[in-house]
Ligand binder design. Structure first.
Ligand SMILES: *Cc1c(COP(=O)(O)O)cnc(C)c1O
Length: 385
């Protein structure tokens, strides 16, 4: 599809993505598996587009949340290992085994289900034990671990391929005490597993913040999510990284995503007129208003009503009135050169201006993760140089 035919599209910069991946790949020891997290449509960036770039630029394997995400990758020809990190209903465990996916394991009912199915199919399954170390999300508690291991001990079709945990408080603070407490409990539990006879397991703990800040979290595999896309997990992680590495202010990550739309209509509006639903903005001068053909359904959050701005011809045009489902309005009175179907930047660079996801997420009282994952999957993703 040609860009000139599109009312909105996302651009994925291959050079930015490859620089991010190379930066992380170089930090990892040779034996550490480099797994990229592609859940939620690759954080809104496009799962198939990102999977392809990830393989080309040095990733070893994938992590997803759902069975259907894993199947989608498989059906599109990806042969890499895929770890499913979210629950799979027991009625669908067969698909996990048949497709040789790696599966998170943290409850006995699923273990029993796997036992039955692997025997029926005479086919093994690889599981990664999720260990509860203080996030209190999915995981096996320390006290339940020995019994769990006993149940696994004589299951020749269930291969304990890995053990992992996830940090609760590593990106939301510059004080990493809690993360280190989780890390020591993880090490203790991993030792229990190995001592039990599961010696050949891949241990992993590291999300983006951990990969950026602490080598001692890497072990045999890392699960890199947000930072492969050139975004910082948080301001605190950025600050911690700067304090540790004291590099002269240069940002080592390159945002991969830009979001564009086009002017759908231009209109002159007199002074004292109310714009949009609820009339929440009133013009204070004769104004030139541009109507843009995207809205909250596409992922441009309604919290940006009267708050956000877009870039047109490299200049800022503020949002006027409420964001509608598929439309919103901006003020272009001070950018007289704007014409019908001109390109509008919602996220990304235009001239000297850089409109960052983090800024928009902040205006919405949320984080970059939420903002990008909510970008509607139907918007075309176009890979650019
Ligand atoms: C989402 C997720 C990650 C990736 O986290 P980032 O902060 O995006 O790097 C890693 N591990 C688990 C278990 C996750 O759910």
């Amino acid at each position: 599809m040609d860009k000139k035919d599109l009312t909105t599209w996302l651009e994925i910069s291959e050079s930015a993505y490859s620089k991010n991946l190379t930066f992380f790949k170089q930090r990892l020891p040779k034996h550490t598996e480099f797994s990229v997290v592609l859940k939620s449509n690759a954080y809104g960036h496009g799962i198939l587009e990102i999977a392809r770039l990830a393989v080309e630029h040095g990733a070893d394997s994938f992590c997803v949340h759902a069975l259907d995400e894993a199947l989608h990758l498989h059906r599109n020809g990806f042969k890499q290992d895929i770890l499913i990190m979210g629950p799979v209903m027991r009625s669908r465990l067969k698909e996990v085994v048949e497709n040789n996916f790696r599966l998170i394991l943290y409850n006995k009912e699923v273990l029993m289900g796997l036992k039955k199915i692997t025997r029926e199919l005479k086919k093994p399954v690889r599981v990664h034990l999720k260990l509860e170390t203080g996030t209190y999300r999915q995981g096996i508690a320390e006290t339940d671990l020995p019994e769990f291991l006993r149940l696994l001990k004589n299951e020749s079709f269930i291969h304990v391929d890995g053990a992992y945990t996830h940090f609760a408080n590593i990106e939301d603070t510059t004080n990493h005490e809690y993360a280190f407490r989780q890390l020591s409990l993880f090490k203790k539990m991993a030792k229990t597993i190995k001592d039990f006879g599961f010696g050949d397991i891949k241990c992993h703990t590291a999300c983006s913040a951990a990969v950026l800040l602490f080598r001692e979290t890497y072990f045999d595999m890392v699960r890199l999510g947000i930072s492969q896309y050139g975004l910082w997990p948080s301001r605190e992680t950025f600050v911690s990284y700067k304090m540790k590495h004291s590099k002269n202010g240069e940002n080592i990550l390159r945002p991969v995503l830009s979001w564009k739309t086009r002017v759908a209509q231009l209109k002159e509006v007199a002074s004292n007129q109310n714009i949009g639903y609820g009339g929440t903005y009133q013009t204070t001068r004769p104004s030139r208003i541009a109507v843009l053909p995207i809205g909250y359904a596409e992922g441009y959050d309604r919290d940006l009503s009267n708050r956000g701005y877009v870039l047109i011809h490299g200049k800022r045009a503020p949002v006027r009135g409420r964001i509608c489902m598929n439309l919103f309005m901006v003020d272009v009175t001070d950018i007289p050169e704007v014409m019908l179907e001109d390109v509008v930047t919602l996220i990304g660079r235009d001239g000297d201006n850089h409109l960052q996801v983090d800024y928009l997420a902040g205006l919405c009282g949320t984080i970059n993760y939420e903002f990008t994952t909510r970008l509607n999957w139907q918007i075309p993703r176009i890979i650019t140089a």
